[in-house]
Design a protein around this ligand. Structure first.
Ligand SMILES: [Zn+2]
Ligand SMILES: [Zn+2]
Length: 327
């Protein structure tokens, strides 16, 4: 029996490893909140490895602080993930293109009846609309509650509609392509990331979705900037480029076809180019009034961390101890 027990443990360990590397396998079985309950301790462990928890969380959230629905603020998505959906963590990612303006940039703001509510992005603390970046951190920290087993942390979305979008989590400073030069050459963003932003971890967002063609039909690859210069590898940034969104909202961005993907799919393509990226499941929600941050219908990321603190989540992500589920 002992041999059989050992075999079972080893096989389960191998499965866990495969699951961590394969979004498709990781996805099986996750159907709704009931199936992604918080697990106190990961079911399988390598001998001698520190015990880790499987923390389930929502990444990539928007509110009225950028192009989310008017009247919403970061505190709303943190509370929704924590109280409504019982998640372990939520990471924010407002567009930095909007961070230095007090307005909300949602499409609904074009409606004259809605426009007045877009003049100040924070209906609760209007002065916070003038200090969005700091207020995002305040609201993330205020939402963090060990009694509810929840951590809120701040990130931002670096938004180049030529190269692609990138989320940076945990950094003290932010950046935008209009100032760091990343819209002209990716090397300039990676310069920022590895100096001023060296305390951040970054994720390639919804690969293949942003092109200079926009909605028009044209050859997206005729622009050499497309797809972060076709995922051109910069060794200096490899440690910090921790993930790639294989799921975003309800869409599959890791596999072909779709989203202008090459035959092998965007995830394999990024790995082939040299990047050591793990699979991220991102929500990218908050743009519509009907969006339900943290809802079971959206992609999630599971992080294997020693404990549920921002420090341990960051450390786990730096080590690529995470995997994606489509919901
Ligand atoms: Zn985006
Ligand atoms: Zn986004």
């Amino acid at each position: 029996m002992r041999i059989r027990a050992l075999f079972t443990t080893a096989a389960a360990g191998a499965l866990a490893l495969i699951a961590a590397a394969s979004p498709a396998l990781a996805a099986s079985g996750a159907a709704d909140d009931a199936h992604i309950e918080k697990a106190p301790v990961a079911a399988t462990q390598h001998p001698g490895a520190p015990r880790e928890r499987e923390l389930i969380g929502a990444l990539h959230e928007h509110s009225g602080y950028s192009d989310g629905w008017p009247g919403s603020r970061p505190a709303d998505y943190f509370a929704s993930g924590r109280d409504k959906h019982d998640l372990n963590f939520v990471g924010s990612s407002e567009h930095t293109s909007n961070v230095n303006s007090p307005f909300t940039f949602n499409e609904e703001c074009l409606d004259p009846r809605v426009a007045p509510s877009c003049q100040n992005a924070d209906p609760v603390n209007p002065l916070d609309a003038l200090r969005k970046w700091d207020a995002e951190l305040d609201q993330a920290k205020a939402s963090t509650d060990p009694a509810k087993d929840f951590v809120g942390f701040r990130g931002f979305e670096w938004t180049s509609d030529r190269m692609g979008h990138i989320n940076v989590y945990f950094s003290r400073e932010n950046s935008l392509p209009e100032t760091d030069g990343g819209t002209i050459a990716m090397d300039r963003f990676y310069d920022w990331l590895t100096t001023t932003g060296k305390d951040g971890l970054a994720v390639f967002n919804h690969p293949g979705d942003k092109t200079l063609c926009g909605p028009l039909k044209c050859d997206v690859r005729s622009d050499l900037g497309f797809g972060w210069e076709d995922f051109k590898y910069f060794p200096k940034a490899d440690d910090q480029m921790a993930g790639i969104e294989v799921f975003n909202g309800g869409g599959d961005f890791g596999s072909a076809p779709g989203h202008n993907a090459p035959p092998e799919g965007w995830y394999a393509h990024a790995l082939d180019k040299g990047w050591h990226v793990g699979a991220i499941g991102a929500e990218d929600k908050g743009h519509d009034r009907t969006d339900d941050w943290g809802g079971s219908q959206y992609a999630k990321t599971v992080v294997l961390a020693k404990s549920n603190t921002e420090k341990d989540i960051k450390s786990a992500m730096a080590d690529r101890r995470f995997y994606a589920t489509p919901r």
